[in-house]
Design a protein. Structure first.
Length: 369
C-alpha cells in the first residue's frame, strides 16, 4: 500500500505524488493539479523530497551587497515603484567612481559577491558598464560580479551597436561572472504587453539567457507572480524555463518574486497570501527538476516566511545584503532596510533543521556550520 493511499488525497493528486516519489518528471497538467489543490503540506513534502535529492540538507546563503547604478529607466513597467525619468526628483545616476567607493566601503567585510542591477538607462552602453566592471575588479579582485538583467543587457548592446553575443563577451572579459534573473516577469505575451509594454520580449529574454549559457555565463531566472496571472500562465512560464534548461543547463537558481503593490500603478490590488507564496515555491521546486537551486529572496517576503519556505523546497536564502537595495523597499516589501548578519542567517537555517552553507556566486561552498 502506498503512503498516499492511507490518506484522504484525491487519486489524481496521489498519482502526482507517486511520480515525484519515484523521481519522475511531472507534466504541466500535474503542476496544475498541485496548484489547484489545497493540500499545501503534501506539496511541501514533495518539494522537500526534490530539494533533498538535489542539495541534501544544505541551505545556502552568501555574503553579498547590491549596487543599483541608476533608477532612470526607459521602460514603463506598471508594477515598478523604482523607476524615474532622467532629472526627475528622486532619480539617481551613480558615477563609476561613486560605485567603486561603495565597493571600497566593503573591503575587509568578507563579501564574496556584488549584485548589480538597476534601471535601463537611456545613454549608458556596454562600454560604460565594462569600465564599471573593470574598475570594480581593480578595487576588489576577489569579489565575484553578478550583474545586469537580460533587459539591461539588451539595451546596452543595442546602444553600442553590438549583438548580444558581442556585448556579453565585452562584459565577460571585463569581469562578469554571472547574471541575475530579473526582467523575466511573466512570459505570457498578452499579460506581458499589459504590465510591461515596452520591455524586452519573452522570446528575447530567453534568447539572451541562452546566449549567456552558451558563452559559459551562468544565470538565474525569476517569475513575477501575484499580478493578474492565473495558474496556467505560471505553468507556461515554468515550462519555458525548464525547456531552456534542458537545452543549456545554464540556470543556477530560480527565484519567484512576489508582487508588492506600494507606490506603483497596481496599488489597489491585493497581494498574495503566505499560503499562496509557499504553494508557489513548492510547485516551482517540483516542476523545475533541472534547475539546481530555488531561492527565497527574504527582503521581499520577510525573514519568517523565508524560513518557512525551507520546508517548501527552498535551498537558498540569497545573502546578507546589508541594506544596499531599494527596489523592493520602494514597492512596500516586508524589509524596509534589508540586512542580515551571517549569525542571523545561519540561525534561521539551523532552527529550520538544515545545514547552513555559505556559498560563492557559483555555489561553491565556502563554509558550513
Ligand atoms: O525584474 C520590480 C521585480 C526584478 C516589483 O538573480 C518587483 O539573484 C515585485 O530580479 N513587486 C529585479 N517584484 C530583481 C531581481 C532579483 C532580485 C534578487 C535576486 C536576484 C538574483 C534577482 O524585481 C524585476 C521585477 O520582476 N520587481 N518591481 C514589485 N513591485
Amino acid at each position: 500500500m502506498s503512503f498516499t493511499s492511507c490518506l484522504s488525497i484525491p487519486p489524481a493528486l496521489a498519482e502526482v505524488a507517486g511520480k515525484v516519489g519515484a523521481g519522475e518528471r511531472i507534466t504541466a497538467e500535474d503542476a496544475l493539479q498541485l496548484y489547484n489543490s489545497n493540500f499545501l503540506s503534501l506539496s511541501g513534502l514533495l518539494a522537500v523530497e526534490v530539494k533533498k535529492r538535489l542539495n541534501g540538507d544544505y541551505v545556502y546563503f552568501n555574503n553579498n551587497f547590491h549596487i543599483e547604478p541608476t533608477n532612470v529607466c526607459i521602460n514603463h513597467c506598471k508594477f515598478c515603484s523604482f523607476r524615474r525619468n532622467k532629472g526627475q526628483k528622486g532619480s539617481w545616476e551613480c558615477t563609476i567612481e561613486e560605485m567603486v567607493e561603495i565597493v571600497r566601503s566593503y573591503s575587509g567585510k568578507s563579501c564574496s559577491e556584488v549584485h548589480i542591477v538597476g534601471g535601463v538607462h537611456p545613454d549608458r552602453d556596454v562600454w560604460f558598464y565594462a569600465d564599471l566592471l573593470k574598475a570594480i575588479r581593480e578595487e576588489a579582485p576577489l569579489l565575484q560580479i553578478k550583474a545586469f538583467t537580460a533587459v539591461e543587457v539588451d539595451q546596452m548592446c543595442k546602444m553600442a551597436g553590438m549583438s548580444v553575443e558581442e556585448g556579453l563577451q565585452v562584459l565577460k572579459d571585463a569581469g562578469l561572472v554571472a547574471m541575475p534573473g530579473g526582467g523575466a516577469e511573466i512570459f505570457d505575451e498578452t499579460l506581458r504587453a499589459g504590465i510591461c509594454p515596452d520591455k524586452t520580449t519573452s522570446t528575447e529574454w530567453l534568447s539572451i539567457h541562452e546566449t549567456a549559457h552558451r558563452m559559459g555565463i551562468p544565470t538565474n531566472a525569476t517569475m513575477l507572480y501575484g499580478l493578474k496571472e492565473n495558474y496556467l500562465h505560471r505553468v507556461d512560464h515554468l515550462s519555458r524555463l525548464r525547456d531552456l534548461q534542458d537545452k543549456t543547463g545554464g540556470f543556477n537558481a530560480f527565484i519567484p518574486l512576489k508582487f508588492r503593490k506600494a507606490n506603483n500603478l497596481y496599488a489597489s490590488r491585493q497581494e498574495t497570501s503566505v499560503v499562496e507564496d509557499l504553494k508557489n515555491f513548492a510547485v516551482s521546486r517540483i516542476f523545475l527538476d533541472n534547475i539546481p537551486h530555488l531561492k527565497a529572496y527574504w527582503p521581499m517576503i520577510g525573514k519568517q516566511a523565508a524560513q518557512l519556505s525551507l520546508h517548501f523546497g527552498v535551498d537558498d536564502l540569497d545573502g546578507t545584503i546589508d541594506d544596499s537595495t531599494r527596489i523592493y523597499a520602494m514597492a512596500g516589501a516586508e524589509e524596509q532596510n534589508p540586512s542580515a548578519s551571517t549569525a542571523e542567517l545561519t540561525e534561521m537555517i539551523r532552527r529550520a533543521g538544515y545545514i547552513p552553507a555559505e556559498r560563492d556566486t557559483l555555489y561553491k561552498i565556502l563554509r558550513t556550520w
